[in-house]
Design a protein around this ligand. Sequence first.
Ligand code: SDX
Length: 396
Amino acid sequence: ELGFFTYDPGFVSTASCSSDITYMDGEKGILEYRGYPIEQLAHSSSYLETCYLLFHGELPTPEQLENFESEIDNRNMVHEALKNFYNGFRRDAHPMAIMMGVTGALSAFYHDHMDVHNKEDRETAMLRLVAKIPTIAAWSYRHAKGLPFMYADSSMSYSENFLYMMFGSPNKKYVADPVHVKAFDLILILHADHEQNASTSTVRLSGSSEANPFAAVAAGVATLWGPSHGGANEAVIRMLEDIIKSGKTLESFVDRAKDKSDRFRLMGFGHRVYKAYDPRARIIREVCHDILRDLPADSPYKEMLDTAMKLEEVALNDEYFKSRNLYPNVDFYSGVIFLAMGIPLNMFTVLFAMARTIGWISQWNEMMGDEESRIGRPRQLYTGKETREYVEMSDR
Ligand code: SDX
C-alpha cells in the first residue's frame, strides 16, 4: 500500500516513480493537481496560481500569489545575447525546433553556480523557466514572421502578456480579446501537468543524472513534439485539412483509422491512460463550442471547424471507437481553439510546451528534493542472439 491509495501489485511494478503532484484515474476520467479536481481549478484558478500549487503543493494566500506573480514579472526578460540564437534559424524553422534549441541554451546563461540539490536554487530555476518560456515562445513566432521582438509588459497578466508578445506591435496599441485571454489561461491550466506522460518521464530521467533543469526541460520539449504526444494538436488540424482537401466522407476516414494495415489514426482521439472521457477534453469542449459560436461567418476557419465538430459526432457514434473507449482528447479541441484565436498551426505544440513547463519543473523539483533520488536506469528484456564466436572477414 502506498499511503492512502492501494495499488494492485501489477500497477506498482509498472509505476516509474511515486509522486504527490498529479493524480489520474483513467477508468473514471479523474484528474487532480495536488488533490484539487481539474474542474474546480479550471473554473476558479489562474495559470500562475496553478503553477504555485503544482510547485509548492498548496494554494497560495493572496500575499503569496502577489509575491509569486512579481517574482515571475521580474524574470520575463531574457539575456539579449539569446537573440543571436534566433538569427541562426531559417525563417521557416519549426518553432518547436527553436524552442528546443533556445530552452537548452538557457543552461549557458542561467545555470552558473546553481546547485540542483539546493531547494532555493531549484525554485529559482522554476521561476526563470515559467517567466522566460513565453518570451522564448513568442519570439520563435516573431522570428518566423520577420517581426520585431516584443518585450513583456508587466502591467499585463501572464496570458495577456503572451498574446501581446505574439501579436502586439511597437507602433500601435494592442489589446488582447478578453475571451481569448481567458480561454488561453484555461488551456494553460489544463495542460500544466499530467502525471508521468512521455515528456515528463523524459524530464525526470534526464534530470536524474543531475543534469541542469534547463537541459532536462529542453529534453521534455523534444519529446512533446511528437504527433503521438503534444504534436497531436497540430496533427489534428493537418488531418482536418487533408479531410477537406480529399473531398471524401468523414466516415471513410473513420473507417481508415480502423484499418490496422494503415498507420493512419484519428489525431486527437484516444489516450494511453484515459479509457473514459479525458476530463480536460470535457472542460475545453465547452470553451471550444463557445468560441466557435462567436466565430465570424466569414472566418477562414469556418469550414475546418465545422468539419471538426462533425468528425467528433461521427467518431463518438462509431462502434469501433465506442468499444475501445476512444474519445476526443484535450488535443482535439485545443487545436480548434488555437486556430479560431488566429494562432498559427506550427505554434500549437509550442503553447503546449509553455503550459507543461511548470509540470516538468515541479516533477523535476520533487525528484531532486528526494534524498533517496538516484539516476534512473531502466532495464530491458534481451531478445537478441545467443552468445556466438566472431567470424573473420575471410570466412564470411
Ligand atoms: C497527449 O500520456 C499523456 O498523458 C499524454 C497527454 C499529456 O497531457 O501529456 O495526455 C497528451 O499526448 C494526448 C494524446 C495525443 N495523441 C493523439 O491524439 C494521437 C492519436 N491517438 C493515438 O495515437 C493513440 O490514442 C495514443 C497514442 C494516444 C494512445 O495509443 P495506444 O496506447 O495504442 O491506445 P490504446 O492502447 O488505448 O489503443 C486501443 C485500441 C488499439 O486498437 P486495437 O489493438 O484494440 O484493435 O484503439 C486503437 C489502437 O490501435 N486506437 C486508435 C486510436 N487510438 C487508439 N484507432 C484509431 N485512431 C486512434 N486515434
